[in-house]
Design a protein around this ligand. Structure first.
Ligand code: HEC
Length: 248
């Protein structure tokens, strides 16, 4: 099972816990004539809270693990998701403090509870909801996973393109995506090392790995140290880019 799928399933549980917490809160505070045993509802609400926190920590761990492993720049969706997630921690702590310590604010705890519920829906919707729809409920690979899987299979068997059309296309990509940080005409550093003779030299300038097309492809997907990743590029684009680098 992929990590994304696991997280999505856990998020569905998180949604159920949230709904159950909302229901118990409404039953306790919302009705004039109580329908259920209040003490029992409060207990369920409390257990809900603990389970929520536990599940939240597990999911957050998986998310951070992914970020640390890929060192990927967050997508706009990922950025929204992180803001939602961080807001929830703060609100949860506030809520608990209003109930346990600053009891004058007890009433506000209900509003905060609702806010937490709303943000949880937003958080799970923009991640798990998106994932489950895009992958048809986990039956297909995530586009990014698919791209990486396809690229990894080309490992060790790249034939460098030498036709003028590929080189020209590669130059266009280079000028729009790499030129900003790299000088193609010398070995001088701009933000990264210059690319003159990059594939003619035996080793890559920084990592000192062999200057093979496979290593360059790997580097564009999983950069060494500070360079941003271009894992969103198609295999065709990367091959054209390598065709151009080969001429420098
Ligand atoms: C935002 C700046 C930036 C952009 C854009 C960028 N790079 Fe880099 N690149 C770097 C830095 C910084 C390094 C040096 C790595 C380090 O010291 O962390 C580097 C290193 C490299 C190296 C040498 C790696 C090694 O192992 O020695 C290659 C090859 C390279 N980049 C290719 C590219 C290509 C191809 C593109 C365009 C698709 C690109 N870079 C876009 C910043 C950038």
């Amino acid at each position: 099972m992929s990590e994304f799928f696991l997280k999505s399933i856990l998020s569905i549980f998180l949604i159920f816990l949230t709904l159950s917490a909302m229901f118990t809160m409404f039953e306790v505070f919302g009705r004039t004539e109580k329908k259920f045993n209040i003490e029992k509802l409060k207990k369920i609400h409390r257990i809900n809270g603990w389970l929520y926190a536990l599940l939240y920590l597990v999911i957050a761990y998986l998310c951070l693990d992914f970020i640390v492993n890929t060192r990927a720049e967050l997508s706009p969706r990922g950025a929204f998701h992180s803001v939602f997630a961080l807001t929830i921690i703060i609100l949860l702590l506030l809520k608990v403090s209003f109930i346990r310590i600053y009891k004058q604010f007890y009433n506000q705890a209900k509003t905060i509870g609702l806010l937490i519920a709303l943000i949880t829906f937003g958080m799970a919707g923009t991640s798990a909801g998106y994932y489950l729809i895009v992958t048809k409920f986990g039956t297909e690979l995530f586009p990014m996973q698919k791209a990486v899987a396809e690229k990894m299979t080309v490992k060790n068997k790249i034939i460098v393109r030498t036709d003028p059309e590929s080189i020209e296309k590669g130059k266009e990509i280079y000028d729009s995506k790499c030129y900003f940080c790299h000088d193609p005409h010398s070995a001088e550093w701009i933000v990264g090392p210059g690319h003159k003779n990059i594939m003619k030299n035996p080793m890559l300038p920084v990592s000192k790995r062999p200057a093979t097309p496979e290593n360059i492809m790997e580097l564009i997907i999983n950069p060494y140290r500070d360079m941003p990743s271009f894992s969103y590029m198609s295999e065709d684009e990367i091959l054209n880019l390598i065709a151009y680098l080969n001429t420098l």
